[in-house]
Design a protein around this ligand. Structure first.
Ligand code: IMP
Ligand code: MG
Length: 189
């Protein structure tokens, strides 16, 4: 099961493949329940690149018909801490959002900066409704975004830098089917 050479770089596995499967099943059921009587359509909006694995799993388990779209937003560089910047690199591929009930699909919430910013942006651009589904939450908000809360949360994790299930360190480890913490020496070599 842990047959990737990258497994050797892991200090701890925080969320296993089996746990992830149960989490995604649970969130999909919550979404089906919450959007059963919606007006308009349901749009899953994945944030590139970290959300792609969660997005792929989640959309398969949601029974409600969904459309998908993607945005690319950047607030981190190649470092393990926030750069405090956020910019839209790739915008949503549609103009009229008035029929769209958007669920932003994200890999992880940390400071809350990215998602607070995006939620406001989409509402300003006329989205019918905006909610957030995140696989992971570190729950260490910047004071400025302290009230930010995701509507659907997979797992709350400690404030450690994690990789796998879409999350990278310098573009590595995204394809791992679990979430883990890297050995410290991986950062220094
Ligand atoms: P926020 O704006 O501080 O909430 O940061 C969210 C973004 O930072 C995520 O979409 C990730 O791309 C990145 N990020 C935050 N924590 C981690 C981590 O532990 N591993 C990899 N990327 C992370
Ligand atoms: Mg991301």
């Amino acid at each position: 099961m842990h047959n990737s050479v990258l497994y050797n770089d892991m200090k701890t596995i925080l969320v296993t493949e089996e746990e992830i499967d149960r989490i995604v099943t649970r969130i999909a059921a919550e979404i089906d329940r919450d959007y059963a009587h919606m007006e308009g359509k349901l749009l899953l909006l994945g944030i590139l690149k970290g959300s792609v694995v969660f997005m792929g799993d989640l959309m398969k388990k949601i029974n409600t018909p969904v459309e998908i779209d993607f945005m690319k937003v950047s607030s981190y560089g190649n470092a393990t801490h926030t750069s405090g910047r956020l910019s839209i690199k790739l915008d949503i591929d549609r103009h009229d959002l008035s029929e769209s009930n958007i669920i932003i699909v994200e890999d992880i919430v940390d400071s809350g900066r990215t998602l607070s910013y995006l939620t406001e942006h989409l509402k300003r651009n006329g989205a019918r409704s905006v909610r957030v589904a995140t696989m992971l939450d570190k729950q260490c908000r910047d004071p400025e975004f302290k009230d930010f809360k995701a509507d659907y949360t997979g797992a709350v994790i400690p404030n450690e830098f994690v990789v796998g299930y879409g999350l990278d360190y310098a573009e590595k480890y995204r394809a791992l089917p679990y979430v883990g913490i890297l050995k410290p020496e991986v950062y220094t070599k």
